[in-house]
Design a protein around this ligand. Structure first.
Ligand code: PAP
Length: 302
């Protein structure tokens, strides 16, 4: 894919995203995403965690790791979840067509991706791999994105105002946006192929983690043997426990990203948008949610 031939859209100051098949991508990820699309061949035993950024990826990474590698879940205290479950376009296919080797002994390889289904459909449909998709209320997603982006180096000189972030979010002009198209791509697949894709929301998981984590483990073919086991997994992946580990409080940045490990843990709450967004922004996003989700029968996000 020729980077310079793609149309550009300004999202933050003079910084532009590139338009690829209906989605806005950060320029540095256009080529890695192209490599994933062209070269990644999932094994039937692979588990792919897909998500729009800031919707619960870190949480689901830890849960998937703890469910699949149950006897090794103590490793979550020593390594950040993003090191245990690598992202395809950010960590695996960064600079070469050959993926980094992941643990060849594990029964299931687990990868994550923010690539929209519309771009990755052929790859994902070519294998019996299982997909887990997590989504989150659009208003909380926006607030979490806004906080995260304002930690980037550029924000020291040029903060990203919340009003601009909201405007761009509604226009779909945020990394991996439009949010609504990203969610609906995977949502549609989950309705058509419920055995292939497990669709979960951040809010469902927060309100009843035990039931949903049990269902998730069954979907993955790794059911729990007793109540105690599932309770332990839920606990070790909770925001409270995970965010207390030194490795997740670390100010050190990984080689693959510009922000420190602690930037993946902020508040971990449902409804934080109420503390940040004006009534006007809330009304605008709710109207969009009704148009994009409710009108097609997905009663979510308000
Ligand atoms: P990513 O797309 O960059 O990987 P992602 O993990 O999806 O980010 O989103 C980060 C959000 O998940 C943060 O939300 P907040 O800004 O509203 O606080 C982060 O705090 C939250 N988060 C991280 N780990 C957990 C967890 N174990 N439980 C609940 N929320 C979590």
């Amino acid at each position: 894919m020729e980077l310079n031939s793609l149309s550009e859209g300004k999202w933050w100051g003079d910084d532009c995203l590139r338009h690829v098949d209906g989605f806005w991508l950060l320029p540095q990820f256009v080529e890695p995403i192209d490599r994933v699309v062209k070269h990644f061949r999932p094994l039937p035993s692979d588990i792919i965690l897909a998500s729009f950024p800031k919707t619960g990826t870190t949480w689901l990474k830890s849960l998937l790791f703890a469910i699949v590698h149950r006897t090794s879940k103590h490793r979550l205290a020593m390594k950040n979840p993003h090191e245990l479950v690598p992202n395809l376009e950010v960590q695996v296919y960064t600079a070469s067509d050959e993926p980094l080797t992941t643990n060849p002994c594990s029964r299931h390889r687990i990868f994550s991706t923010h690539i929209p289904y519309q771009l990755l459909a052929k790859t994902l449909d070519s294998s019996d791999c299982r997909i887990v998709y997590v989504t989150r209320n659009p208003k909380d997603t926006l607030v979490s994105t806004w906080y995260f982006v304002n930690k980037w180096k550029k924000a020291e000189k040029e903060p990203w105002p919340l009003e601009v972030a909201a405007e761009k979010f509604c226009d779909g002009l945020v990394p991996c946006g439009p949010y609504y198209d990203h969610v609906m791509g995977y949502k549609k697949l989950s309705s058509e192929k419920p055995k292939k894709l497990f669709f979960i929301t951040y809010e469902e998981l927060m309100s009843d983690p035990i039931s949903h984590v049990k269902n998730l483990a069954e979907f993955l073919g790794c059911p729990f043997e007793g109540e105690h086991e599932v309770e332990e997994v839920v606990k070790c992946c909770s925001f409270r426990v995970l965010s207390e580990h030194e490795v997740n409080k670390s100010e050190e940045s990984p080689v693959w990203f510009q922000l420190p490990y602690n930037s993946f843990f902020r508040k971990g709450a449902v409804g934080d948008h109420k503390n940040h967004l004006s009534d006007e922004i809330i009304e605008r996003i709710d109207a969009l949610t009704i148009e994009k989700f409710h009108s097609v029968g997905f009663m979510y996000g308000i």
